[in-house]
Write a protein of this length. Structure first.
Length: 163
């Protein structure tokens, strides 16, 4: 087992072999101070912060669910980052995270729009925001054709989240 001090030394000098090993999907040579749930939470936070795209969301959400995190905890992780990464980043990432969780955010927002009447807007949701959602759906169609949760996990619509 490698010590935390050794990790810092190797990273400080940019040890190429250690840095390559860090990028491996399963890293056995890491400090054992973190459990799988903490690692999944940090990786999810990193993806949120970096603004990951496409399949990375499915992978990170799948890891978090496999590690025992709930739908609510994953959403809370996004919210917890707002003071650090800014509300703009959180707002930009929310639809992708929702889709990765299997929550059809587009349909939910459209139902809200419909409930407020034709041509009306949901409080705080402008025409520009609705147009942005529409463009996002068109852009993400190939990435999320079924709006399903990470492979191997029950979808939001199938009961992953209980209100």
């Amino acid at each position: 087992m490698i010590t935390s001090e050794e990790v810092l030394r190797r990273l400080t000098i940019g040890d190429p072999s250690y840095c390559r090993a860090l990028m491996a999907p399963e890293l056995d040579d890491r400090p054992q101070a973190l459990d799988a749930r903490s690692v999944a939470l940090l990786r999810l936070g990193g993806s949120i912060t970096a603004g990951s795209a496409g399949p990375m969301w499915q992978q990170r959400v799948g890891e978090a669910l496999d590690a025992g995190m709930s739908f609510d905890e994953i959403v809370a992780a996004l919210v917890a980052l707002a003071p650090t990464i800014g509300i703009e980043r959180v707002v930009a990432v929310a639809p992708d995270l929702a889709r990765a969780l299997g929550y059809d955010i587009d349909a939910a927002l459209e139902r809200l729009d419909d409930a407020h009447g034709a041509g009306g807007t949901v409080v705080g949701v402008s025409q520009g925001a609705r147009d942005g959602r529409r463009r996002g759906r068109e852009r993400d169609h190939d990435l999320h054709p079924r709006r399903s949760i990470a492979p191997g996990h029950e979808s939001y619509a199938e009961g992953q989240h209980r209100a």
